[in-house]
Write a protein that binds this ligand. Structure first.
Ligand code: TRP
Length: 333
């Protein structure tokens, strides 16, 4: 009675924010009992666009692990592990790179967007262009069939499955399973300024470790409908960040539907909807912040969680590497 396996990961470039929560962490929490789950601290992938600052990548391994523990990921049920300490992931990446073309990597919509956003121009780090193959290694090394991610990651799962099919076709049997992305229906959370992506570097994120004051001022600064000047004016719900966040976090979606209708008709002020959102976010983040503070006082415990998890993950990923090497019929001594 094997439980299905989940693998997800996060680049260790900074503490996680509520966009990560809505996009993936909430789903991971839901699956803790029903699935075998691995969470990857993706420090090697973080280097693909942060090679100039390895210290940041290193520092944030523990920060992201703290976020996992703070939101309620239970290390007795989930395995938290570090990418750079799992050599099989790098070895599988090298093999997979032969099952994908440069043209296909360049066509990957996520990669295209990210290249544009980072302003690489013609100076794209090779590791960055190729990270979809590395992410395929991450997912398949655990033989994961479920990958809860934000909508922006869907093309990476698609590309993973293409690599899986090529490897299986070459091997002549199913060495690796295909994986399915689980994407929240609320869609990707924009930044508080309404920009498409919430990111720490963009200064438009609400971290999971935000203080009550930070939450309050973030909600106050939130982009709504610039034409909704007086309470009695009809307002727009689409593209209104406050409503997008309420879609993702409001526990009472029926009441939210009524509020939206009222906002569209006119007669509902931004102050009211912002107050509602602020309460919801304060309630969401307060226990996370408290647990984070407690865990960060016990660094030795956090390091032990990471170490034990990485050890378990090493066994699993080495096994898969052997399966792939055998499946492809590579030389063995
Ligand atoms: N690309 C993911 C991100 O930017 C992080 C990641 C690395 C990941 N390996 C993964 C996500 C495997 C899902 C599965 O957040």
């Amino acid at each position: 009675m094997n439980k299905p396996t989940i693998l997800t990961g996060d680049r260790t470039t900074g503490p996680l924010h509520i966009g990560h929560y809505a996009g993936s962490l909430a789903n991971r929490l839901r699956f803790q009992d029903s699935h075998e789950q691995f969470l990857l601290l993706a420090d090697t992938q973080a280097l693909t666009d942060n090679a100039h600052d390895p210290a940041k990548v290193q520092r944030n391994v523990v920060e992201v692990a703290l976020d996992y523990l703070a939101v309620g990921i239970d290390p007795d049920r989930c395995t938290i592990c570090v990418q750079s300490h799992l050599p099989a992931l790098a070895e599988l990446t090298m093999l997979y790179l032969n099952f994908v073309t440069v043209a296909r990597l360049e066509r990957n919509p996520t990669i295209k967007d990210e290249i544009r956003a980072r302003g690489f121009g013609r100076d794209i780090p090779a590791g960055f262009l190729c990270y979809p193959a590395a992410q395929a290694a991450d997912i398949t090394a655990f033989k994961a069939t479920i990958v809860p991610v934000g909508a922006d990651q869907a093309p990476l799962i698609e590309q993973t499955n293409e690599i899986v099919r090529r490897i299986n076709a070459t091997a002549g049997h199913d060495v690796l399973p295909e994986a399915q992305a689980i994407i929240p229906k609320a869609g990707r959370l924009p930044g508080i300024d309404g920009k498409a992506k919430m990111s720490k570097s963009g200064g438009n994120a609400i971290p999971l470790s935000a203080s009550p004051d930070e939450i309050r001022s973030a909600v106050r600064a939130m982009f709504t409908d610039p034409n909704h000047l007086r309470v009695e004016d009809p307002g727009r719900v689409e593209g209104n960040v406050v409503f997008t966040y309420l879609d993702a976090f409001d526990p009472d979606q029926d009441e939210l539907a009524e509020l939206k209708a009222q906002y569209k008709r006119g007669g509902l002020g931004d102050g009211k909807i912002k107050a509602r959102l602020e309460t919801i976010l304060q309630n969401l983040i307060a226990p996370i912040r408290a647990r984070r503070a407690a865990f960060s006082k016990d660094r030795a415990y956090v390091l032990k969680v990471i170490k034990d998890g990485t050890e378990r993950a090493r066994q699993r990923t080495e096994e898969t590497k052997r399966d792939v090497v055998n499946g492809l019929g590579l030389f063995q001594l």
